[in-house]
Design a protein around this ligand. Structure first.
Ligand SMILES: Cc1cc2nc3c(=O)[nH]c(=O)nc-3n(C[C@H](O)[C@H](O)[C@H](O)COP(=O)(O)OP(=O)(O)OC[C@H]3O[C@@H](n4cnc5c(N)ncnc54)[C@H](O)[C@@H]3O)c2cc1C
Length: 460
């Protein structure tokens, strides 16, 4: 059996059903697990109490405790992984570093540089698919091309699926490196990485992921009927765990297969959207910085900054939009239906660029994921792959009446209008003189803006 190895965890913060760790522990005598707080990523964050950092930190603490229970521990570095990973590999004299694929453009460039540095030390970087069921060019059209439309992609994805694709990648915990040298840094207090702890509304770590999945089991059969209503918990709430890998995507798919129902079929389709957008990012990385559709690349969105600011603060005068934006800022969460409503409102009512909205979501969303966020924004703005047609424009009032009929969700986040009845709460300005004085009048008229959006987007 070859000598020792490092397993570098990144967006796969668990010790079970883990492709890289499974391969490392199968092939090496001793395996040390390492995480790097990447200074380049952390320094770019605007908030020192960023909830994502707390989630990561708590999840690492759980991993560290599990490793310590087996006589090992987590190694945690802080700085530039391109320097730190090869240096650690040299110090520990490992044969190889194992990691799971990360197809974000930044991660690809980083991993190439790490692989080169390791190679020059006669060590290797061995990487594995783990974050999705099918990646890159695994699901293609019959002629081998890339899919640009979700439904045929979904059908081909399902047709390709075999038990081996979702089988557990089991980890041999007898191979964890016992009594690691003192020189390998341990997990420090969060403040040591320049951050303070932030309150979380969900349990982090693999234990949190498993609890959430188990709790969702009873909702799964009704997913199709309940998934669009933000006032109830009709969706899995697993996106944060899927983002950070505190749950394995294979475990999620196995769960859907085990609890076969119309609800689980629908839910699996959502997981396939996730694979679809990851595939798009890997095959069309330029879409991460510009419109997928070339005809919209030079479009100048004319919406004024004041409207963008009002949207960010939940002060547009449209209650469903304001409730969603306030929840996002306070908790880092927004329901999928609301993400679609507020993204449509920003781009097609306020005529502000989807990139501005994407950046605001990237700052606050606890489940922020480059591929899915970009995909969602470009879908709503009609600039993306398989996007909403440009002439389909959500009416924020009818969306509100349909998906929050009693106004239960709005009342939670917009207390100024909580006293209004379920008929008036969706468009309080229609009360005229009786409209609440402490809540803004609508900053735009939907019908007027709709016409402007049609003109703007049809020109192309
Ligand atoms: C403008 C916009 C921005 C978005 N940004 C993100 C983001 O940054 N990160 C993110 O994970 N999702 C994003 N989504 C997709 C979706 O809103 C969330 O995945 C979903 O709300 C998470 O809730 P859940 O875990 O309860 O989902 P469920 O309904 O339980 O779905 C299960 C899982 O499927 C995946 N999924 C569901 N819908 C989508 C979708 N449309 N696209 C891709 N994957 C999906 C998620 O991983 C989700 O956890 C965005 C959608 C829009 C419209």
């Amino acid at each position: 059996m070859p000598g020792d190895a490092l397993c570098w965890i990144r967006r796969d913060l668990r010790l079970h059903d883990h492709a890289a760790l499974s391969a490392a522990t199968a092939h090496h005598q001793r395996v040390a697990v390492v995480f790097v707080f990447d200074a380049l990523i952390l320094n770019a964050l605007e908030d020192r109490d960023d909830k994502r950092v707390t989630f990561i930190y708590e999840s690492l603490a759980e991993i560290d405790a599990a490793l310590r229970a087996r006589g090992s521990r987590l190694i945690v570095l802080h700085g530039d992984p391109v320097e730190l990973i090869p240096r650690l590999a040299l110090e520990l004299r490992v044969d190889a570093v194992y990691a799971n694929h990360d197809d974000e453009p930044y991660a690809i460039a980083r991993d190439q540089r790490v692989a080169q540095a390791l190679q020059s030390q006669v060590q290797s970087l061995n990487t594995f698919k783990d974050h999705v069921i099918f990646e890159r060019q695994e699901v293609t059209t019959q002629s081998g091309g890339d899919f640009r439309v979700y439904t045929p992609y979904m059908r081909a994805w399902r047709a390709r699926l075999r038990p081996a694709d979702v089988a557990e990648r089991s980890v041999d915990d007898k191979s964890f490196w016992l009594n690691l040298p003192e020189s390998a840094p341990a997990l420090a207090p969060l403040s040591g990485y320049g951050f303070q702890s932030s309150e979380l509304w969900l349990k982090p770590g693999a234990s949190g992921g498993r609890e959430r999945l188990a709790a969702f089991t009873q909702d799964l059969p009704h997913y199709g009927q309940r998934r669009d209503f933000p006032a109830i918990s009709g969706t899995s709430g697993l996106s944060v765990h899927l983002r950070f890998g505190t749950i394995s995507i294979r475990e999620a798919v196995r769960h859907a297969q085990r609890h076969d129902s119309a609800g689980s079929t629908k839910w699996l389709n959502e997981l396939i959207w996730r694979d679809f957008y990851q595939m798009i990012m890997s095959r069309f990385p330029q879409a991460m910085t510009t419109s997928f559709k070339p005809e919209y690349r030079d479009l100048v969105w004319p919406g004024p900054t004041e409207h963008f600011e009002a949207w960010k603060e939940g002060q547009t005068g449209y209650p469903i939009v304001d409730a969603a934006m306030r929840e996002l800022k306070q908790t880092g969460w927004m329901h999928n239906r609301l993400r679609m409503i507020v993204a449509s409102f920003l781009t097609k009512d306020l005529l502000v660029s989807w990139q501005d909205g994407e950046a605001h979501f990237a700052r606050y969303l606890l489940d922020f994921d480059l591929a899915s966020n970009n995909g969602g924004w470009q879908w709503a703005a009609s600039t993306g792959v398989d996007a909403q047609p440009y002439f389909r424009i959500f009416n924020p009032i009818t969306q509100s009446q349909k998906f929050d009929p009693e106004g239960t969700y709005i009342r939670r986040w917009v207390p100024e209008i909580a006293h209004l009845d379920s008929k008036d709460i969706h468009a309080p300005w229609q009360l005229g003189l009786m409209a609440p004085a402490d809540y803004p009048a609508p900053i735009v008229d939907h019908a007027t803006q709709r016409a402007l959006a049609l003109e703007l987007l049809a020109k192309k």
